[in-house]
Ligand binder design. Structure first.
Ligand code: MEV
Length: 318
């Protein structure tokens, strides 16, 4: 039997992280340049299921039964069993990922989506996108406490989305291609911890924090229009404003601020932190002609890794 293979991309949040947890809208796009790949084969001779992790700097074979109760791989697999009320024969699952972990790029949601799709195909069960998304959200809940659901939604749908908690998801139209540079601060933080930090600040300083969340939410409508009309410069300005609000919220860091400054001084239209913050990646948008200069500047200002990619626009020739 050939291996069943599923893939899921990483994601970036262009606008609205953190505020989205409190019911404000946010915009996210999938990033094809970073992916997780999951494959499953049945095992006949082994008497247990094996998980093989094959990342660049981390290779490990773990019997499924030895995975921790809250392990994201285990929860994603068990959520599928519970949903379809069926346990599979023993299997060998191989997971490889180029999505940096705990870096704001959707690694846990991508893992959950890819495992859910692969396991359901292995069991011969059709799951709709809504079902895959709901199961991936359940895994995200175990990892993050009370996630908004934006990460699993954009990764399941594989399209740019306008997301608002408890509302139907709409696809966002992007007119012109957008060139993006992702720069790593080299620091790792758990989204769960940063979301808890914001929650605690909201309890201590409700008026101030509510006003910032409101401002962040307010940028999203303008940003959707800028995406629709291909106004990249305007988009850049809105990203910078979004970063300033995130900084006020307390979820930026010295490293993230330095990288944002570096990108802007080297000609980026805009830049901001991405995802939970306090570390992880910064995103910048720039003209194709200035991408190289922006990338070099980011490396000399402390970025430990750069990913250069493009969000495809719908306008012909882009
Ligand atoms: C994480 O990618 C984005 C946050 O807004 C958390 C969430 O939406 O669940 C920080």
């Amino acid at each position: 039997m050939p291996a069943i293979i599923s893939k899921a991309t990483g994601k970036i949040i262009l606008f609205g992280e953190h505020a989205v947890v409190y019911g404000y809208p946010a915009i996210a796009v999938p990033i094809d340049a970073i992916q997780v790949k999951v494959s499953i084969l049945p095992v006949i001779l082994e008497n247990q299921s094996i998980i093989k992790i094959r990342n660049i700097n981390w290779q490990e074979d773990i019997p499924f039964a030895e995975l921790d109760e809250y392990d994201p791989i285990r929860t994603s697999i068990e959520n599928v069993y519970a949903h379809i009320n069926q346990k599979p024969p023993h299997f060998e699952m191989t997971i490889s990922s180029s999505i940096p972990i705990s870096a704001g790029l959707g690694s846990s949601a991508a893992l959950a989506v890819a495992i859910t799709k692969c396991m359901s195909q292995f069991l011969g069960i059709y799951l709709s996108n809504d079902e895959i998304n709901a199961l991936a959200y359940k895994s995200e809940e175990v990892q993050h406490g009370s996630p908004s659901g934006i990460d699993n939604s954009v990764i399941t749908l594989g399209q740019p989305i306008l997301f608002r908690k408890s509302k139907p998801i709409s696809q966002i139209k992007i007119m012109s291609s957008i060139h993006i540079i992702l720069a790593d601060t080299g620091k790792r933080t758990l989204t769960k911890d940063v979301v808890t930090f914001v929650k605690q600040r909201l309890e201590k300083e409700p008026d101030f924090i509510k006003s910032i969340l409101f401002e962040i939410g307010g940028l999203v409508e303008e940003a959707s229009k800028a995406l629709l009309y291909g106004e990249v410069k305007k988009l850049g300005n809105l990203m910078v404003r979004n970063h300033i609000f995130l900084k006020k919220l307390g979820v930026s860091s010295i490293e993230l601020d330095q990288l944002v400054e570096s990108a802007l001084k080297n000609g980026a239209f805009g830049a901001k932190l991405c995802g939970g913050g306090k570390g992880g990646y910064m995103i910048a948008i720039c003209e194709p002609s200035s991408c190289e200069r922006v990338s070099f500047g980011l490396v000399s200002d402390g970025a430990t890794h750069i990913i250069s990619t493009t969000i495809k626009g719908s306008k012909q020739g882009n």
